[in-house]
Design a protein around this ligand. Sequence first.
Ligand SMILES: O=P(O)(O)OC[C@H]1O[C@](O)(CO)[C@@H](O)[C@@H]1O
Length: 428
Amino acid sequence: MYVDLGNALGTRPGLDRDTLDRLDERVADAHGTIAAGREAEEHGYAALNLPETTDADAIRSAVSRFENPAAVLTVGIGGSALGAATVANALDSEVDAYFLDNVDPEWVTRKLDALPLDRTVVNVVSRSGTTAETLSNFLVVRDAMESAGVDWTDRTFVTTGEEGNLRELANKHDLPALDVPDGVPGRFSALSTVGLACAAIQGHDLDALLQGGADAMDSLSGSLYDSPGYAYGAVSYALARRGAGVNAMMPYAESLETFAEWFAQLWAESLGKDGVGQTPARALGATDQHSQLQLYRAGPNDKLVTLVRPREYEDRAIPETDLDGLSYLGGKSLGELLDAEFEATEASLKAAAVPNVRIELERVDERNLGELLYAMEAATVLYGELDNVSTFTQPAVEWGKKAARGLLGGGDFEEADAVQDKETLVVE
Ligand SMILES: O=P(O)(O)OC[C@H]1O[C@](O)(CO)[C@@H](O)[C@@H]1O
């Protein structure tokens, strides 16, 4: 994997090579803090040790009881679903993967109706073990299994913390369970039990995923010029300080679309603090060239656009054609077209002085995915150090949780009262 910062330099006053060299001095200090935090297994920093601390054998043996499942249904939300979904949606498997990471009743019903419940493993994941959406969805899934005459205790697997409703449920019904790692916030847990249980059930190569993470981990040093992750974090920070308040993550591979969703939680929940942060926007190449690019090029110049692509992939030829104006495509391949679109979009952004960064993987496989996930986590931790924010907390999400709980009679929360005081100006 490499990161190319070339098209970010010169797009903002003072953002040149000298600026990066000066910023690199701060990267060295930040790396010192990160390394010390990792050494001490401090909350958050411990996530950057996962390639070393995650026990792949333990995960494989914990799920080995589920022989030849047709599908795995992961019930979890946020960091308890997005890492697993990124791997599942990027790689092929005989075992289909489904995710219940929302509580839209019609959508949940459609998903459950499509599942062969008697051959599905239910993978329930919650770090806190108390998240309303996850626990509600699990109760709904359990009920659906019972109605279908399926013994849910035979088909359910749990990953959670030492305490919480989910742990109690697992103990009560003697369900197979894995622990979430200590000191690892959900959004940083893709390379742990949280993200890898689903991958193990699907038969993916956990060792290669962790090896990719380890390769990125080994690149961490006191300089951004040694580590693609640190380089990306540093230039994103430098651009945000110079008005690029939005980061459009635009992979040029359908298999990486969920990666952009995973990145959005990582970037937003980690760096959106104290009035600062860079707003992640999810895009997909080439599709969003035909929807969002107009704004990226000709709207407010307040964005960094991150373009991601695999170099190698299974290609498909475009048949020869004598249709007027199309013959230039005949005999080419879809991959050639996509690569041309990628490079053309990159150049079109540069021509409009819109900063953009290229991230290239060899191909979309376990090792490269592990490296990409880890590098983005390292980028986030470094950016957080440079911006002096508490990267590993997310206090602002609690207000809404209390309000919703209060509205449902789950306790007396003043936040719920505030919901009742809503101003209205209805136009219909
Ligand atoms: O794993 P849990 O505790 O169910 O939390 C799910 C998600 O909800 C959050 O706490 C935000 O509400 C995220 O940080 C987390 O990834």
